[in-house]
Design a protein around this ligand. Sequence first.
Ligand SMILES: Cc1cc2nc3c(=O)[nH]c(=O)nc-3n(C[C@H](O)[C@H](O)[C@H](O)COP(=O)(O)O)c2cc1C
Length: 204
Amino acid sequence: MGVPDDTAPAPALHPFLRDRWSTRLFDANHRLDDGALAQLLEAARWSPSAGNSQPWAFLVTRRGDAAHRRFVATLSRGNTSWVPAASAVLVSAYRAGDDEDPSLTYSDYAAYDLGQSVAHLTVQAQSMGLHVHQFAGFDHDAVTEAFAVPPAWKVTTGIAIGRRLDDISGADPSLREREERPRVRKEFAEFVFGERFGEPVVLD
Ligand SMILES: Cc1cc2nc3c(=O)[nH]c(=O)nc-3n(C[C@H](O)[C@H](O)[C@H](O)COP(=O)(O)O)c2cc1C
C-alpha cells in the first residue's frame, strides 16, 4: 500500500503528473506568448464544475506589464524572491456570493471548482513544457482593490507560469536549496479510508 518512496511520485504516474513540481527557479528571459496563455486558459475553461456553473475568473498579468507591476507590489516577502521572474502570473478568483447580495453563498462547490480548473491548467502547462507554481502569499485585499474585483468574488491564489531555468548554477542559493529539498507526502493510510473514516482501505 502507498507509494514506495515518499520523496518522489510513483514512476507509473502519467509523466505530466509525475514530473510536475512547484519550481521557484523561473527563467526571467522566457516570454509566454498569448497563444500559449490562451491554451492554458482553455484547459481551465473546459474543466468540470457543479451544475456547469464555471464560477472562476482569472486576472492575467504578464511580466513587464502594468498589471504585473501592480500585482508584484502585493507579494508577501517570501514570494518576492521568485514570483517576479515567472513569465506570467494569473490571479484566480471564485464567485463566492450573489451579485445582488454578496453575503448569500453562490455555490457550496465554487472553491472546489476553481481549484479543479487550475489543476487542469497545471497539467496542460506541464504538457507544454511549462512550469506552474501556485501561491497564496500576497495581499488579497490589496489585489481586490487594485483590480476592482467585485464583492461577490473571492481572490484566491496567484498562479506563476513560465519556463524553469535550464542552468540553475547561478541562481540564488537559498532558492536552489529549497528546490532541492525532498518532496514529501502523507501515506495513503492517513487519507484513504474504507469501512469508516480513519480506517485505512486495503489495496492489493
Ligand atoms: C493554495 C496554495 C497556496 C500556496 N502558497 C504558496 C506560497 O505562498 N508560497 C510558495 O512558495 N508556495 C506556495 N504553494 C506551493 C506549495 O507549497 C506546494 O504546492 C507544496 O509544497 C507541494 O509542492 P509541489 O507543488 O512542488 O509538489 C501553495 C500552493 C497552493 C496550492
